[in-house]
Design a binder for this molecule. Structure first.
Ligand SMILES: *[C@@H]1O[C@H](CO)[C@@H](O)[C@H](O)[C@H]1NC(C)=O
Ligand SMILES: *[C@@H]1O[C@H](CO)[C@@H](O)[C@H](O)[C@H]1NC(C)=O
Ligand SMILES: *[C@@H]1O[C@H](CO)[C@@H](O)[C@H](O)[C@H]1NC(C)=O
Ligand SMILES: *[C@@H]1O[C@H](CO)[C@@H](O)[C@H](O)[C@H]1NC(C)=O
Ligand SMILES: *[C@@H]1O[C@H](CO)[C@@H](O)[C@H](O)[C@H]1NC(C)=O
Ligand SMILES: *[C@@H]1O[C@H](CO)[C@@H](O)[C@H](O)[C@H]1NC(C)=O
Length: 444
């Protein structure tokens, strides 16, 4: 950029900073301060204030001066970065890194803790719309906020990381107003949601991820097909165990159809948007197999008869929800019996036929025993770092734990060719290693 360009930019920045930092002095009730004064007055927000001044381009993008919430991590939060998954990427001196991460801290709309209703989560877009981080186009990447009955407010961001609003030094309150909106102080940086593989790994949902690779659909899901954003219903490992033998015997085309029935392209449906009775159009190819029905019963949320067991996993290009069962596109969605949940049951029955080994796996409830069980489709996961040996299946076989590990099926199925990585016996640990998530206690 030439000197003229720099001067122009600085000029524009100065103009805008002037308006953000000091607009409203006239005509306000006399109490509301500009952003600069608010931040300068908070001893625990000096690192953030320095960054805002170092990267004034952040303020160039404010949509208007009345509708933003500046989420300001405390100085301690910045010191804690090495304990978080941001450690691998954060560079305070590199605008290409710091600016998008700080953009994720500028939330559109006023996020007043006092006005939030306990039990009703709020999802708000942020200024983060850099295509290296997200392809959400109408508004940037989302932040989820939850207020608890005791007034505590937590923000949930990428891979389930959490930050809490902390009171300001001055008056011990939150919701510090400035002329352009609200400033909230938080005890941890907000972590922008990451790619689908990282997100599913952080939540230990490796069978669904493996199935996507096995069917050759990973990129389509991570990029949300042509629309660039989507909602994904991701069955849990347990859900895959319940129907593994059936799914494993499907043709690749049928497996694709099953998996595509779990994606709603072109819509980012956070849980608040999944209202009772909504009919969703999935990405499954055949029109007769495309519909999914949302049902609510009490506090429970269902897609067809599968229950959502974990809501609102924000990932780079949308949102995912974990299900307790694999959805079956080959059933008539209007056939009530097969597709209607029974809220009296803790886990809904599978809607595929199940093999006896599958049924046995699905009944194991002891946490330690579950960790050592084989996870369907994980043999299809690409090997990313160092691939531990021996495999989960081999371990199970050598300890005689199951009768399921005689590798009778031929390896002629195309999808699993290539590097294998089946050693993820401790998915949570693997996730923590890959992401650093959990080290600071951020896993939800
Ligand atoms: C956004 O889309 C572009 C073009 O398809 C792609 O290269 C990029 O990886 C996508 N970004 C994310 C975060 O998925
Ligand atoms: C998702 O994609 C659709 C279709 O491309 C678009 O109309 C919509 O605005 C996008 N939504 C978000 C949140 O980016
Ligand atoms: C500010 O930081 C100091 C030192 O970490 C801490 O003792 C104090 O409680 C903080 N004040 C507020 C209001 O968070
Ligand atoms: C996710 O995929 C990217 C490549 O697209 C890879 O670099 C990364 O290691 C993967 N992460 C996990 C947790 O598998
Ligand atoms: C959801 O809709 C169904 C069918 O219309 C109805 O029976 C049920 O009571 C509704 N649930 C809630 C929580 O409103
Ligand atoms: C799933 O079923 C296939 C085919 O029957 C079998 O080869 C595989 O070992 C099973 N996987 C698990 C984790 O049980």
């Amino acid at each position: 950029m030439g000197i003229i360009g720099v001067l122009r930019l600085l000029g524009a920045v100065t103009l805008l900073m002037c308006s953000v930092f000091s607009a409203g002095v006239a005509g306000q009730a006399g109490k509301t301060m500009d952003l600069g004064t608010v931040l300068a007055g908070e001893k625990n927000l000096t690192t953030f204030y320095d960054l805002i001044r170092k990267f004034p381009e952040l303020l160039l993008q404010l949509p208007n001066l009345n509708g933003v919430t500046i989420v300001a991590p405390t100085n301690e939060a910045f010191e804690r970065i090495p304990l978080t998954s941001l450690n691998a990427v954060w560079k305070a001196d590199d605008a290409s890194v710091a600016v998008p991460i700080l953009q994720y801290h500028i939330v559109m709309g006023q996020f007043a803790a006092d006005a939030m209703v306990p039990g009703t989560p709020v999802f708000s877009p942020t200024l983060l719309s850099d295509p290296r981080w997200t392809n959400l186009t109408s508004g940037g990447q989302l932040v989820r906020a939850d207020k608890q009955p005791d007034g505590f407010v937590a923000l949930t961001t990428g891979s389930g990381s959490r930050s809490s609003l902390v009171p300001f030094s001055k008056d011990g309150r939150r919701d510090l107003r400035f002329t352009g909106g609200i400033v909230q102080a938080v005890d941890n940086l907000l972590i922008p949601p990451t790619a689908l593989n990282e997100t599913l790994t952080a939540y230990s949902d490796l069978s669904f991820l493996g199935a996507l690779y096995a069917a050759g659909l990973y990129d389509e899901f991570a990029q949300c097909g042509a629309s660039g954003n989507c909602t994904i219903f991701a069955p849990s490992v347990r859900a895959f165990r319940a129907v593994n033998s059936t799914l494993s015997s499907l043709s690749r085309d049928d497996l694709k159809k099953v998996l595509r029935y779990h994606m709603i392209p072109g819509q980012v449906l956070t849980s608040n948007l999944l209202t009772n009775g909504t009919i969703l159009q999935s990405a499954a190819s055949d029109t007769a197999e495309r519909q999914l029905r949302v049902r609510r019963a009490g506090n429970y949320l269902y897609l067809n008869s599968a229950q959502v067991v974990q809501q609102d996993l924000l990932f780079a290009n949308g949102v995912a929800h974990l299900l307790d069962n694999v959805l079956n596109p080959f059933l008539d969605p209007t056939a009530a019996a097969a597709q209607t949940p029974n809220p009296a049951l803790g886990t809904q029955p599978p809607v595929f036929s199940t093999g006896s080994a599958d049924a046995a796996y699905a009944t194991v409830t002891d946490a330690n025993a579950i960790n050592s069980l084989p996870q369907p489709f994980t043999t299809a996961l690409p090997c990313t770092v160092s691939c531990p040996e021996p495999t989960v299946t081999d371990l199970a076989a050598s300890s005689g734990r199951t009768t399921h590990s005689t590798k009778s099926t031929s390896s002629s199925k195309g999808p699993t060719a290539g590097a294998r990585c089946t050693g993820l016996a401790q998915p949570a640990v693997a996730a923590a290693l890959a992401l650093g998530v959990g080290v600071g206690g951020y896993m939800v």
